[in-house]
Design a binder for this molecule. Structure first.
Ligand SMILES: Nc1ncnc2c1ncn2[C@@H]1O[C@H](COP(=O)(O)OP(=O)(O)O)[C@@H](O)[C@H]1O
Ligand SMILES: O=P(O)(O)OC[C@H]1O[C@](O)(COP(=O)(O)O)[C@@H](O)[C@@H]1O
Ligand SMILES: [Mg+2]
Length: 319
């Protein structure tokens, strides 16, 4: 393989730049020409690509976001869109791809490979919801951002004796809520995987007040329900004073943590080596401190559950 391209797609995540940098430099070291596709699959369809050399990926390891840009492309979900994209790659002589993105982007890559483009995927999403890897690129940074917010909210919650609800990202999964909530000492953590009842939450808060707790922190994953609505319910039904903070996209940005930079660099190196060895339709995951090859059908087809042990521990420690 003499020419490859790198692409970031779907929701951005801190560490994507570190992944691009590592992929480019490992490929260049092997004498391979590298192209960068701008704005995800939309750019692939529009033939928006730039040649990357070692200097072009300098000064990005410390930056959140992705300097190539990313997008969600409806056109790529159609066969015609993917055919246009594949044709653009073929006409440039690009034989392989390193794709960093979430479950949607990796599903897209799998379909593209049916049109003769080899690819190796990297799990890039703050949600940590991809099967076959203990961590996704960007998750650790997002958790630390949420944790920083929880620490600050705890200060003011304790001063006023309030219940503060913090809504964190996680459309379909509770990894960020569970991890940041556990690390932040939250009293209650609500995740989409464990349905809850507003009345139970309200009662639980009153019980903990009766046992001497002066204030409470509740972490709510966005997919579990609206923190705003729950806050209103608690205020109306318990008489406790509530405030709600929705963290939103602040969790998607910022300088990646050391963990995310190392994860991205290690996964990207392994991905390029695998692509060079002729492999395709795999994702490189990180399990037990090792980079591992995961069949793409498993990565996008199996559901990664939240760790019930962490959920149990959070509950024990909140008493
Ligand atoms: N089933 C699919 N078939 C083809 N392309 C897809 C599919 N799902 C997602 N994609 C492509 O990947 C892009 C990113 O997917 P999305 O689910 O939005 O984000 P993420 O990759 O972060 O999960 C989509 O906008 C689309 O272009
Ligand atoms: O970029 P958008 O459209 O605002 O999407 C927000 C969603 O993206 C995420 O931040 C990350 O999801 P993906 O990485 O799968 O795109 C979710 O936690 C959140 O619900
Ligand atoms: Mg996704």
């Amino acid at each position: 393989m003499k020419k490859i391209a790198v692409i970031t797609s779907g929701g951005d995540s801190p560490g994507m730049n570190a992944a691009i940098r590592a992929a480019v430099r490992v490929a260049l070291a092997q004498g391979v020409e590298v192209w960068g596709i701008r704005n995800g699959y939309a750019g692939m369809i529009a033939d928006d690509m730039i040649r990357l050399d070692s200097r072009s990926v300098g000064d990005i390891i410390q930056k959140g976001g992705t300097f190539l840009g990313t997008a969600r492309s409806e056109e790529f979900k159609t066969l015609t869109g993917r055919q246009k994209a594949a044709e653009n790659l073929h006409s440039r002589g690009i034989e392989g791809l390193i794709v960093t993105g979430g479950d949607g982007s990796l599903t897209g890559a799998k379909l593209l490979s049916e049109l003769g483009i080899k690819f190796v995927g990297l799990p890039g999403t703050i949600d940590n919801d991809i099967w076959g890897t203990d961590f996704t690129i960007g998750f650790d940074t997002a958790v630390n951002t949420a944790l920083d917010a929880i620490n600050k909210l705890r200060d003011t919650a304790s001063s006023h004796g309030r219940v503060i609800l913090v809504e964190v990202m996680g459309r379909h999964c509770g990894w960020i809520a569970l991890t940041a909530g556990l690390a932040g000492g939250a009293e209650i953590i609500l995740v989409p995987e464990e349905p809850f009842n507003q009345e139970d939450i309200s009662k639980k808060l009153l019980e903990s007040r009766a046992k001497g707790k002066q204030y409470s922190i509740i972490v709510v994953a966005e997919g579990a329900g609206s923190a705003l609505e729950l806050g209103q319910y608690i205020r109306a039904n318990s008489g406790l004073e509530t405030r709600v903070s929705v963290l939103g996209h602040i969790q998607r940005g910022g300088a990646p943590t050391a963990f995310d930079r190392l994860l991205a660099s290690r996964l990207a190196e392994t991905a390029v080596r695998a692509l060079m060895a002729g492999k395709t339709d795999i994702m490189i995951g990180f399990r037990n401190n090792q980079c591992v090859e995961v069949p793409i059908a498993d990565a996008v087809g199996k559901k990664k559950e939240i760790d019930p042990e962490l959920y149990r521990l959070a509950d024990v420690l909140s008493k």
